[in-house]
Write a protein that binds this ligand. Sequence first.
Ligand SMILES: [Zn+2]
Ligand SMILES: [Zn+2]
Ligand SMILES: [Zn+2]
Ligand SMILES: [Zn+2]
Length: 117
Amino acid sequence: MKLTKAAILAVPFVGFLLTAPVSFAHDWDAHEDVHEDLNAQHEAGHENLNAQEQQTHETLDAAHAEAHEHWMTPRQHRRLHRRLREAHERAHEYENAEHENLHQGLNEEHENYHDWR
Ligand SMILES: [Zn+2]
Ligand SMILES: [Zn+2]
Ligand SMILES: [Zn+2]
Ligand SMILES: [Zn+2]
């Protein structure tokens, strides 16, 4: 049986299963827009994270170079590197958490969208 869109719209209480494919087809453009928007947000989020990561590495490099302008005992140098490594790890942990937040936020937004459409 083939129903035209007009025929389905003329029977609004025909049931979800029958109307859903039509409204899906109809909303496809909106769905695409939402996905494009989410992708754009994802990309922007990653650019932001990459910028943060680059900043982190530059800051750590600068701190390392600055420390080397002073004379250090091997022990002080080891301690310096341990601190740099710890700061580096913390920064990446923070960025990983941010990345997770980003994905969680995007997933929620996507799910909310599909809850309603
Ligand atoms: Zn790194
Ligand atoms: Zn060093
Ligand atoms: Zn990602
Ligand atoms: Zn979707």
